[in-house]
Design a protein around this ligand. Structure first.
Ligand code: DGL
Length: 285
């Protein structure tokens, strides 16, 4: 099989949230180069229908291939749950691969649970039932999934440390019932860690799958060395939404400043094939 040598790792998310996954990927693979595409102009995906998500996911993954990535990590739980198999069948052979977050999340949860795993995620993630399917391939653990649609907007407002956030998290945790392991099944939720820790009893293990996703990617790259080799730790950030807002919000998810965001315009539901570099502070729309 012919493989490209080198190239950055592509990371795709519906918007900003995947930067919380990228943060762990960069921590684990500090010398690798990354290209992140956040489809923030069309986010949130979590309440959208499956066909729309498949279409937008194809466009974004193709775009990352076009930017020189041979491997793309779908950091978004919603896309991973509903579109990963489709993307892998369509692109995931030979010189290009698409990886997701749902299987690593399931493996990680199975590794720590004492029998009852809970997952909070978007309505689409929960409706897909993909997480439970993946858990049940590995174990007989019980799985309870619940949509928590208020939490991502709370994080985007920057309200993680407010009583609003704590009350919303408490209600979802209460509605989930007596699980022993709680998986944060949406890329926004790691920013609510404090609110979750306050709402959960000491007997519940809180699981952010992102560090595990990063370790799995590092293992995968060792087994598939031609897909991305270490570079200089460079990060390019591309967004279909307002780059200034992307940089401002993104910093909180990534844990470091985004000085430059490339704008990918969308015309008639398609991504245009060029990017425009936008230095933060320059408003484009
Ligand atoms: N990134 C999405 C996820 O992890 C959440 C945001 C959205 O609904 O687009 O499921």
């Amino acid at each position: 099989m012919g493989r490209r040598l080198s190239g950055p790792i592509g990371v795709y998310d519906s918007g900003f949230g995947g930067l919380s996954v990228l943060r762990e990927l960069r921590r684990t693979l500090p010398t690798h180069d990354f290209v992140y595409l956040g489809d923030s102009g069309r986010a949130p995906y979590g309440g959208r229908d499956v066909h729309t998500i498949l279409d937008m996911a194809e466009q974004c993954v193709e775009r990352l291939f076009h930017e020189g990535c041979a491997v793309v990590v779908v950091a978004c739980h919603t896309v991973s749950s509903v579109a990963l198999r489709h993307l892998q069948r369509r692109y995931g052979a030979g010189e290009r691969r698409v990886l997701g977050v749902t299987i690593p999340a399931a493996e990680c949860a199975v590794g720590v649970t004492r029998g009852h795993i809970g997952l909070l995620g978007t309505a689409r993630t929960v409706a897909s039932g993909t997480f439970a399917t993946e858990v049940h391939k590995l174990s007989g653990a019980r799985v309870t999934e619940l949509a928590a649609p208020l939490l991502a907007p709370i994080v985007e407002e920057g309200w993680e440390e407010t009583e609003v956030a704590r009350a919303a998290v408490r209600r979802y945790v209460h509605a989930l019932g007596a699980v022993d392991t709680l998986v944060l099944g949406c890329t926004h939720y790691p920013l609510l860690r404090q609110a979750f820790e306050g709402a959960l009893g000491p007997e519940v293990t809180l699981l952010d799958p992102a560090p595990f996703v990063a370790r799995r990617l590092a293992d995968w790259l060792e087994r598939h060395p031609g897909f991305a080799t270490p570079g200089t730790g460079r990060l390019r950030a591309l967004s279909t939404g307002d780059p200034e807002r992307f940089a401002q919000l993104g910093e909180r998810f990534l844990g470091e400043p985004l000085h430059e965001v490339e704008y990918v315009a969308e015309v008639d539901g398609r991504l245009v094939p060029t990017t425009r570099v936008v230095h933060v502070g320059q408003v484009v729309r």
